[in-house]
Design a binder for this molecule. Structure first.
Ligand code: PLP
Length: 507
């Protein structure tokens, strides 16, 4: 390696962009470029090397996605703080350069350097000790926040803070401007044509589900029964149970909910809650024909369909399928969230009401007593952020980033014996099935002791005693370097847990 800037060989067969990425990565790994060093602006480097600026931008974006560079709008691009798997930890960024929110756990963790490793070593300690934060957090549901355009973010909040301060609660269904922006977002990102009047702003999916369950209970006037996916999202299940509903587990197959089970129910439930775009947690995707069957069943059973569309903005394989809400606007309540698209820190979501006015009236009655928990200022800020185009751009950037991370997951874990990997067609998490619950428990515990947090598939079971065996892990939150180490540790933990089984005599 000569100087800090890689030379470009125009006669080489390797494309210029790739040469740039590999050259810069090599210099960072070799310590020629160190954490905190600024790299030349894309314009300066393009002109110095005589290459197009877009090639340099693409190379920087790729390296930022891999965790090597820290790109911030309005600030020079710098070499990021890294922990190299198995190697010495590089220097952290000085505290002053961490972002104000501390929301970027990957970078803050990486900045913790060796301290993070030392903390993780205590993770298997006494149960009454405060649990150490995982060094590598692969719990499903954590998006990457490192690339949020903080300049637009701050501008949106400044705008909201400068507005007149009303002396009343925000409108029950949300601030008009935000409802209109959400309707636009749904049209462009999801192909759902809805009017701003159909949108109710909520404090995330969790509050949307609580609101729908309360409204349905009001309408049913008695014991509300809701069919839920098994396995499925446990906190969603508990949320509606806490509103007095009885949940009825319905098994999912490789695609998603099994409509035949619903059809065979002697007493149809009042509602069914599904994740058709990316079944949570198994990752199936309900084919169009099954979507139509589900809606047909709902019509004949006069049941409401609650469509939890939590991560459909991120589809890696196959075309996006129509939302149930776009196929039937009479009985589908679409529930969406900015928790994956931006961050759960915002606690912002929405629901799209069906045409039937009954549910609308019930929700209005509830909101009249319990005003919206989403602060008006936060709603105005979110509206301004959506209007600025920053959310749309962020989705485009993270889509590429997650597609790249997904490839890392496949490269590290696909094809392990007796441990099929699935759920990777969309979203931010994957499932690694294991032969039995005991093996899964050993793997999860060993990973926890090593500072790597993953979830166990058993946690998602809706039927006691019918637990799946495997790991559920997210791949969006940590940077590439930490993810690569986490995946390697998963691979080793699985191999170690399987060894006794493989060593058993087969006779
Ligand atoms: C199935 C499912 N729905 C919704 C959400 C988002 O929930 P909220 O919007 O309440 O943050 C998640 C987050 O993990 C999820 O896994």
């Amino acid at each position: 390696v000569d100087g800090p800037i890689p030379a470009i060989d125009r006669d080489a067969r390797s494309p210029i962009g790739l040469q740039l990425v590999e050259g810069l990565r090599r210099r960072i790994l070799d310590g020629v470029l160190r954490p905190g060093d600024t790299v030349p602006s894309t314009r300066a480097l393009a002109s110095e090397l005589g290459v197009s600026r877009s090639a340099v931008v693409a190379a920087y974006e790729q390296l930022a996605g891999e965790g090597y560079l820290d790109m911030r709008q309005g600030a020079p691009t710098r070499v990021a703080a890294l922990i190299l798997a198995g190697g010495p930890s590089a220097e952290g960024l000085d505290d002053g350069r961490r972002d104000e929110t501390g929301a970027s756990s990957a970078r803050v963790t990486a900045g913790g350097g060796a301290g993070g490793v030392a903390r993780a070593a205590g993770a298997g300690g006494p149960a009454n000790a405060a649990p150490a934060p995982p060094r590598i957090d692969l719990l499903p549901g954590r998006p990457s926040t490192a690339r949020i355009d903080t300049r637009s973010w701050r501008a949106a909040w400044r705008h909201a803070a400068a507005l007149d301060i009303p002396s009343e609660s925000p409108p029950p269904f949300g601030v008009p401007r935000l409802r209109a922006e959400i309707a636009d977002h749904l049209r462009l990102a999801r192909g759902v044509a809805c009017a701003p009047e159909d949108v109710v702003v909520t404090a995330g999916t969790a509050e949307a589900l609580a609101l729908v369950a309360s409204a349905l209970a009001l309408l049913v006037g008695g014991a509300l029964r809701v069919a839920v996916e098994h396995p499925g999202y446990p906190s969603a299940r508990r949320t509606i149970e806490r509103r007095g509903a009885t949940t009825i587990p319905v098994a999912v197959d490789g695609d998603g909910i099994d409509v035949e089970v619903l059809r065979r129910m002697p007493r149809p439930p009042h509602a069914v809650m599904v994740t058709p775009s990316h079944q949570y947690p198994l990752g199936g995707r309900l084919p169009v024909a099954t979507r139509l069957e589900l809606l047909g069943w709902a019509r004949s059973a006069r049941a409401v369909v609650i469509e939890d569309d939590y991560d459909s903005e991120f589809r890696h394989l196959g075309p996006p399928l129509p939302a149930l809400a776009s196929l039937d606007s009479d009985r589908v309540v679409l529930v969406g969230s900015f928790s994956k698209v931006l961050t759960p820190w915002l606690r912002l979501g929405y629901l799209v009401l069906p045409a039937d006015p009954a549910l609308r009236d019930a929700i209005a009655a509830i909101r009249a007593d319990e005003p919206s928990p989403v602060p008006g200022t936060a709603q105005e800020a979110a509206a301004a952020l959506l209007a600025s185009g920053a959310v749309r751009r962020h989705i485009a950037v993270t889509r590429r980033e997650y597609a790249h991370r997904r490839r890392l997951v496949l490269a590290a874990l696909d094809g392990l014996p007796n441990a099929p990997l699935s759920g990777l067609d969309g979203g931010l998490h994957a499932v690694l099935e294991l032969p039995d619950a005991a093996t899964a428990a050993v793997v999860v515990d060993r990973l926890a002791a090593e500072g790597v947090a993953v979830a166990s598939l058993a946690e998602y079971s809706a039927v006691p005693g019918d637990d799946g065996a495997g790991l559920v892990f997210g791949y969006a939150g940590p940077n590439d370097t930490l993810l690569a180490e986490g995946l390697e540790r998963i691979r080793s933990a699985v191999a170690a847990a399987m060894r006794p089984r493989e060593a058993q005599p087969t006779a």
